[in-house]
Design a protein around this ligand. Structure first.
Ligand code: FAD
Ligand code: NAD
Length: 482
């Protein structure tokens, strides 16, 4: 029989303690509101244990070695294999050994009450938490409930999938051994980053991509340059193919992957990097008139359409599936919840206002930590044209910048900026090349700040850094080039 524990009331109840839920709770506390957070797994969420942190800890040695191999005088010292045990140990450290004491202590330190268990909405402003031991506790929110339950990997429902023990991003970021042969299905961000890691650690990589190329959400040259480098690293990239079935006959045996072109591939592991689904299927959405299993629809303050006391923040609203963007939304939603709780009459919900996550539409930055790195902010050329802007794309070969040549021998890379011809501001910027990840924020400032191009001329990049790409792009635009 289910035991009930004393109910509790808070100003704000947050479901899901990933990076986003933690920040909503923190912002509520900072505004003087009481806050509780409900977590069914680990405080810190996907990002800390099976996504950003472990994947970037795995990628860092891979990319650093690749960079070092392009520096004369150093290359000879780094020709050997990676120390797999040390790389995996570094990853384990960055995943905090899958323990959440540190993050739990931080939340408690800012005065947020943690309730361990599965949270479900049970009516307006009501959340029931089922603890691991089966006891139930009802939490009531005076002002707002924020759903920050994130997303999970989607594995297509293929014949044989259940017995095939496929990897998702969780296994790909936490595996303890390097498979001899790894098939990666999907050419998005998870696919290319994980192919880069496990290939560098010694796995034979086959990528199966149903579209035309890799990284389809970025400018086409991003996927092309990353594919070129993966192919140089001996990955076998097959485009325009779909998996029709997978079969693992023995638990320790190989997996056989059948393709729609009639071919079969044998591998030791298969990773499905085929996108995400919202964690909303078992959340009690039906009790408040919403559809279980769907992404939330929210306004720019992250308030759920038609349910004013409910907020959905981070991956779960499908605006931008990135930690930094979810945390930005958390800061905005936290401020909006506090302002509404305090009875502030008019919130700043206009474009770029304090209570509007405007950057979600105009300036979402992303770095793909492959070799070469691919980074973008704002719109691609295709997106800008589709949105009806009058634009010019300005391209430049990153290898022609003095700083790039110094950074790496045989530097390969490219940059593009999308100029709004009516306003003479930037709508989007993409860089692809070694060492460009840290350059992205300059582009984010230019795009989010809507900095006029004639003012950008006065932002002088230091010589000889890769940042001189800015000068070259501006000169190319001034001289009428594209
Ligand atoms: C392999 C990989 C690498 C990535 N790398 C990057 C990167 O480099 N940079 C970047 O910006 N983004 C990256 N991302 C994306 C990033 O991980 C997500 O955008 C981010 O984790 C979203 O945060 P969130 O708080 O919305 O959700 P999550 O991090 O998914 O957290 C949700 C939390 O809610 C809990 N929860 C769910 N349902 C319930 C419930 N009913 N009751 C109680 N608790 C519940 C979960 O257990 C979880 O702890 C990566 C993703 C993947 C898969
Ligand atoms: N460095 C980073 O910022 C980083 C790293 C990893 C993940 N992420 C985030 O995590 C999210 C999830 O990444 P992802 O790579 O899983 O998703 P994604 O949506 O980026 O890519 C999934 C790819 O799989 C393909 N696909 C879907 N179903 C398929 C099927 N049945 N067969 C073959 N291909 C199929 C899609 O066409 C798409 O190209 C992304 O939105 C990304 O923003 C970010």
């Amino acid at each position: 029989m289910t035991q009930a524990v004393e109910p509790a009331e808070y100003d704000v109840v947050v479901i899901g303690a990933g990076p986003v839920g933690e920040n909503v709770a923190d912002r509520a506390r900072a505004a003087g509101l009481s806050a509780a957070i409900v977590e069914s797994e680990l405080i810190g969420g996907e990002c800390s244990y099976w996504a950003c942190m472990p994947s970037k800890a795995l990628l860092r040695p891979v990319v650093a070695r690749a960079d070092a191999r392009r520096v004369p005088g150093l290359a000879g010292a780094v020709q050997g294999p990676l120390d797999t045990a040390a790389v995996l140990a570094h990853r384990d450290t960055y995943a905090s050994h899958w323990k959440d004491d540190g993050q739990a202590a931080w939340l408690e330190g800012v005065g947020v009450d943690i309730h361990r268990g599965h949270g479900r909405l049970t009516g307006p402003k009501a959340v029931t938490v089922t603890a691991p031991d089966g006891t139930e506790r009802r939490l009531t929110a005076r002002h707002a409930v924020a759903v920050c339950t994130g997303s999970r990997a989607v594995v297509p429902d293929l014949p044989g999938i259940d017995g095939a023990r496929p990897w998702t991003s969780r296994e790909a970021t936490s595996a303890k051994e390097v498979p001899r042969r790894l098939v990666v299905v999907g050419g998005g961000v998870v696919g290319v980053e994980m192919a880069t890691v496990w290939g560098a650690l010694g796995a034979e990589i086959t990528m199966l991509v149903r579209g035309k190329g890799l990284l389809p959400r970025m400018e086409p040259f991003a996927g092309e340059l990353v594919a070129e480098a993966l192919t140089d690293a001996e990955a076998d990239i097959r485009t325009g193919v779909s998996v029709t079935s997978v079969q693992r006959s023995a638990p320790d045996g190989p997996v056989t992957v059948a393709l729609d072109n009639g071919e079969q591939i044998e591998a030791d592991e298969i990773l499905f990097a085929t996108g995400r689904a919202p964690r909303t299927d078992d959340l009690g959405l039906e009790t408040v008139g919403l559809e279980p299993g769907s992404w939330f629809t929210v306004d720019d303050s992250c308030q759920v359409e038609g349910v004013p006391w409910l907020y959905a923040v981070g991956d779960v609203n499908h605006r931008a599936l990135l930690t930094h963007q979810g945390k930005y939304q958390a800061r905005i939603a936290g401020a909006a919840i506090a302002a509404r709780a305090q009875g502030v009459p008019n919130l700043e919900t206009g474009r770029w206002g304090a209570h509007a996550a405007t950057a979600d539409h105009a300036a979402v930055p992303q770095v793909v930590f492959t070799d070469p790195e691919a980074a973008s902010v704002g719109l691609t050329l295709a997106e800008a044209e589709q949105a009806g802007h009058r634009v010019r794309a300005v391209d430049y070969d990153l290898a022609s910048v003095a700083g790039s040549g110094l950074y790496a021998d045989g530097y390969r890379g490219r940059a593009r900026m999308i100029v709004d011809l009516d306003r003479e501001i930037l709508l989007g910027v993409t860089f692809v090349g070694p060492g460009i990840g840290e350059l992205l924020h300059s582009a984010t400032v230019a795009v989010a700040g809507e900095v006029p191009l004639d003012r950008l001329w006065h932002a002088v990049p230091a010589y000889p850094t890769i940042s001189e790409i800015w000068l070259r792009l501006l000169e190319t635009y001034r001289d009428g080039g594209s």
